[in-house]
Ligand binder design. Structure first.
Ligand SMILES: [Zn+2]
Length: 436
């Protein structure tokens, strides 16, 4: 079996396709939320079906309909009036996913696990599986010019069972999760079936919950599980949670399951050494995600510079402050101490001052009150991050756990005297302790 960690990129909107097309071959797959598929169905179909030759997955996003439905409403202009309604993409998704989901929107009542009776489970699973298997093909069939290609479209690389958020260790949530997983596993044989364990991160400190997951998920017959612990942030969460997460990954993989982290970073990549199959995240964000916050913030935050040594993003000014002490005077020094990726080499060619281009800002419009990062600067930061993430993956593939931990230790020594960086690197100590 191939033990290299898989890196699966989550496409958050169609606008991100350029990153994916450019670096596509370096990724092991791509995952798209069904709401994004619905928002840009034609373009997504042509990307997945033709342009991008990569394994792909469609996340059915069923959990959204079990959360506060206000999260998928927005103010919309209709006949010169502003009304508050469900977003078009989610409305369309609900009707594609079947009655349970469209009914939730019609009655304005979110789905509760106690309303999912055992007699409904088979239909729900059939509908959600069919959506993933056929949605892209359907889009090709609609188009006179492309319909002949419909049969040659590659199939999804795996199918997800319907899933809902598990807020606590309650019997009913768990029963529904297990029923949806095992029923989906029975429907599909040809391609892998995955459940999504989407739960509160507090459950990572609940030994009984972890044991239950390790013992019961493998019995459902799924091939693997995608973990999503709401608000689980590798950079800030305490050791106890990291250890719980590691135990869960190890236990599930020892039972023969593929294990993915739906929103993970370098720590999750390292867990490949104890059984993690792969991770996914967005093109410059999404290494953590809160279930309740369905959409990202309205204004995209600044994309900071990913400091490869620390596996974390820092402001450009904070990094520049270290140049003197580290004796970084020439571009060559920068490549040696910081990063020598193709983006950094392209940005910092003649002078170390050029590093500022990663943080370049301007007033977006004459009316703007505050400066914001230029799209070009954000793009540089994202490409530099993705290239480094690919490097991290390769580093982990070719080294053992001991060497990986030693490297983290060396890094801490290297940066120990730089106050701002060192003070913001405490995750490295927690990671080492959790990995022991
Ligand atoms: Zn770089």
């Amino acid at each position: 079996m191939d033990n290299k960690p898989k890196l699966i990129i989550r496409m958050g909107s169609h606008a991100e396709k350029d990153y994916i097309l450019k670096l596509g071959k370096k990724f092991d797959g791509i995952i798209i939320g069904a709401n994004v598929v619905e928002a840009t169905a034609g373009a997504t179909a042509s990307l997945l079906g033709q342009k991008l030759k990569l394994p792909y997955y469609i996340d059915p996003m069923t959990y959204v309909f079990g959360c506060d439905l206000e999260g998928i409403r927005s103010d919309q202009k209709r006949k010169k009036k502003i009304i508050r309604d469900y977003k078009r993409s989610y409305k369309s998704l609900a009707s594609e996913l079947g009655k349970l989901f469209s009914n939730a929107l019609e009655t304005k009542k979110r789905i509760y696990p106690e309303n999912i009776h055992s007699s409904m489970v088979k239909t729900i699973c059939d509908d959600v599986v069919n959506y993933q298997l056929n949605r892209i093909r359907q889009e090709f069939l609609k188009d006179e010019e492309y319909k002949n290609y419909a049969d040659s479209i590659p199939n999804v690389a795996g199918v997800f069972s319907p899933y809902f958020y598990i807020p606590s260790n309650s019997e009913i949530d768990w029963k529904v999760f297990i029923a949806l997983s095992s029923t989906t596993a029975k429907i599909i044989n040809e391609i892998p079936v995955y459940s999504v364990l989407c739960a509160d991160s507090e459950l990572l400190t609940d030994g009984a919950f972890i044991n239950k997951a390790i013992n019961e998920i493998p019995l459902t017959g799924v091939n693997g599980v995608w973990l999503w612990f709401s608000k689980f942030d590798e950079l800030y969460i305490s050791e106890e949670y990291l250890k719980g997460f590691k135990d869960l990954v190890e236990g599930l993989s020892q039972k023969g399951l593929e294990v993915y982290n739906r929103h993970g970073g370098y720590f999750s990549l390292i867990l490949n050494k104890i059984g993690m199959t792969g991770i996914s995240h967005g093109i410059g964000y999404g290494e953590k995600k809160d279930v309740q916050q369905i959409e990202g913030p309205p204004n995209p935050p600044i994309v900071h510079y990913y400091l490869p040594d620390i596996h974390k993003r820092f402001g450009v000014l904070d990094i520049e402050r270290c140049f003197d002490e580290m004796k970084i005077i020439s571009p060559k020094d920068f490549y040696g101490h910081m990063c020598d990726c193709v983006i950094c080499k392209g940005v910092i060619k003649d002078n170390i001052e050029e590093f500022k281009k990663f943080g370049e800002d301007r007033y977006a419009t004459p009316e703007s009150k505050r400066k914001s990062q230029t799209p070009a600067a954000a793009q540089r930061c994202r490409f530099h991050f993705l290239i480094n993430r690919i490097r991290e993956k390769e580093f982990i593939s070719s080294n053992d756990l001991k060497t990986i931990i030693e490297q983290i230790n060396d890094t801490q020594e290297k940066w120990g005297d730089h106050v701002i960086i060192a003070r913001n690197s405490t995750h490295l100590t927690k990671w080492q302790n959790a990995l022991k």
